[in-house]
Design a protein around this ligand. Sequence first.
Ligand SMILES: [Zn+2]
Length: 421
Amino acid sequence: MTSAQPSLGQSILDRADLLAQHSDMEGGLTCAFLTPAHAQAQAQLVRWMEEAGMSVRIDAIGNVIGRYAADPAEADPKVLMTGSHFDTVRNGGRYDGRLGILLPIAVVGALRDAGIRLPYHFEVIAFAEEEGLRFKTSFLASSVLAGRFDPALLDRVDADGITMGAALAAAGFPGSGSIDALRAAAVDPATLAGFVEVHIEQGPVLLHRGLPLGIVTQIAGSSRFQVRVEGLASHAGTTPMDMRRDAATGAAEMILLVEERCGQVPTLVGTVGQLQVPDGSSNVIPAACTFSMDIRAGEDGIREAAIADIVAGIEKIAARRALQVSVERVTPVNNAPCARWLMDQFAAVLKKRGLETFELPSGAGHDAMMMQRITDVAMLFVRCGNGGISHNPLETITEDDARQAAEVFVDFLRHFRPKGG
Ligand SMILES: [Zn+2]
């Protein structure tokens, strides 16, 4: 079970390569929800789970759920869940999400081969959709499991005008995309012992520190805003510079403020990803300018403090430039803290193996964020190569890091104690 099995890491990487062969595009990996490539990847995952000794079911949204049943001697076993997503972004990487499925499958195979049963049901979930590529959703598949599915999504259409409801019906999952079946696919939180997710870091922190693994403290929430700045349209040739009320130059100053303020705290990040001058012309001083703001931080308090400063700063800039401004907040997502008792169990394993117990927040959202609404969660991050790049074909991890992560996971499962246990 320990370093005598060097093939564990390589087998995980090999399977990531095999799974990446099912793609919606030539010469790269795209696996969008309910495409032919998605169905092939799903079928492949079913086979691998069965080969590892799990009983497998597919739920109403297309999640593949493999169960490694508890030791029959156990009276009332709870369910410890793990998993991640197998869909990808367009031209994405082969480890994002998939590592968190393939690694536990390999681990279950190793446990089965060694004749080890666990005192709880261990379920590996291959979430069918996380990235939102086809229907612009977020955490679609885990929202079903967590009992948070929004029925209005069934009417949402993809780029070809196909509704999600029709796509689900065609896929032939249990319930054929009915709202009742999607509701019934929710798990009962009372049966759960927790949810743990292995994921590539998707950033450079572990790489720069020379560490293979890290324990996630929390998954950063995000706050998004739409800002609208209004000035006065006037002639570009006749209006002197000191008499202008230019919405675009005001917005430019505001965007620089976002950059400056968010650069002051290590885990804080701010992004203006959309910027428009509606109905703008090259010879008219902009009457309006709109932009998006996405602000995230490792802690809710840090994020909220930055938002307060930025909004106050935006209003000050507007007042000085005689502009009107509205800052509209859209769907804030709060941080999902990881459970200390689960983090401690990962830390104990790392320590025992002579690895540094390094903790870091996750700046990206993950399925664990949705699962945290119904159970305690923890995440184990695995180092990325190539500067930490992800959502990109250059995404990579090493065989040795995959092996170490798998061995840590085996130890974690073998020593797992339920909360308070
Ligand atoms: Zn992911």
